[in-house]
Design a protein around this ligand. Structure first.
Ligand SMILES: [Zn+2]
Length: 310
């Protein structure tokens, strides 16, 4: 029996990665390649980074193995129909034809592109904390806040490919301005950097999410208030999303989700205020079931789990 792999590509604001992923959702050891991206790079330099990781991943293909196709997860916004991407933090790429770039590097191979949040939801549903649930939101709380939806067992992208942008749901009681033009978007309140910035404005003097976590554990009142505030905002956003689409489970990953396990308690407390609506309070909010390979596994799921990709 020959081995079958999908090429997974994950394009983010600081790096692009590619790897080979097998049909059980495991990244092949030694097949993971990384190149830098970032706002300071030109359009051609970003393309060079993508081509570099694709060349690398092809060299890692075991002899006799088959390639089924390539799945590409990209930071949003995306233009799914045309395979174009406009990642907020990669200013040189606006409506950039990323899918065409990958097709050119991998001729005669199927290539599927989706927003990275959708890939995370797919990965949680496939091999992560969302296994056994068919109405799942995958969520990342990191330098930004992103997400994606699996509803009735299928991904939901919407007509442009950007459904599930939970980071830009506005939450009541907050007036933090957001880069998108909104006021009180959950990303503008509760991302790692925004939580740190709020704590700094209250007089806390650290500079990273890790330091904030350490202060939290030490009982620092400002750090405690900052984490509680972010958890409340995330919980309000999840409660609103659940009111809208009746979610069963939300799996949260990303660096800042690890600031303290108490973050999840603050999230759940905010959701519990909707006590009259059992269909809202039922939503389970759990840490990601994925390793740091999650974004790549999700991109590979666009190929291996194509039957549930809407
Ligand atoms: Zn926003």
């Amino acid at each position: 029996m020959s081995l079958e792999f999908a090429i997974a590509v994950d394009l983010g604001g600081t790096k692009v990665e590619a790897a080979l992923v097998d049909p059980s959702g495991v990244v092949l050891a030694g097949s993971r390649f990384r190149a830098p991206t970032g706002p300071e790079r030109s359009a051609d330099e970003l393309a060079d980074s993508v081509n570099e990781v694709l060349r690398g991943v092809l060299t890692a293909l075991p002899s006799g193995a088959t390639l089924l196709g390539a799945g590409v997860g990209s930071a949003g916004p995306v233009n799914e129909a045309e395979g174009r991407v406009s990642p907020l933090n990669l200013e040189a790429w606006r409506q950039y034809p990323l899918r065409d770039l990958v097709v050119a590097a991998l001729p005669s191979m199927p290539v599927t592109l989706r927003m990275d949040g959708i890939c995370i939801a797919l990965a949680e549903h496939w091999v992560g904390a969302g296994r056994g649930y068919d109405n799942v939101m995958g969520m990342i709380v990191s330098t930004g806040i992103g997400g994606g939806l699996v509803l009735h067992g299928n991904t939901v992208s919407g007509p442009t490919g950007n459904a599930g942008h939970i980071g830009h749901v506005e939450v009541a009681g907050f007036d933090d301005p957001c880069l998108c033009g909104g006021i009180g978007c959950v990303e503008a309140i509760a991302s790692g950097p925004k939580t740190v910035a709020w704590a700094n404005r209250q007089g806390w003097t650290g500079s990273t999410g890790e330091e904030l976590g350490a202060s939290y554990r030490a009982g620092d009142p400002i750090a405690r208030a900052a984490v509680e505030r972010s958890g409340r905002a995330i919980g309000q956003a999840i409660a609103s999303a659940t009111a809208l689409v009746d979610l069963e489970l939300v799996a949260i990953g990303g660096g800042f989700s690890l600031v303290t396990p108490d973050l999840f308690d603050h999230i759940r407390t905010a959701i519990a205020t909707r006590w009259q609506f059992e269909f809202v309070t039922k939503v389970k909010v759990v840490p990601t079931g994925l390793s740091s390979d999650g974004p790549l596994i999700g991109a590979a799921a666009l190929i291996h789990r194509a039957n549930v990709v809407g």
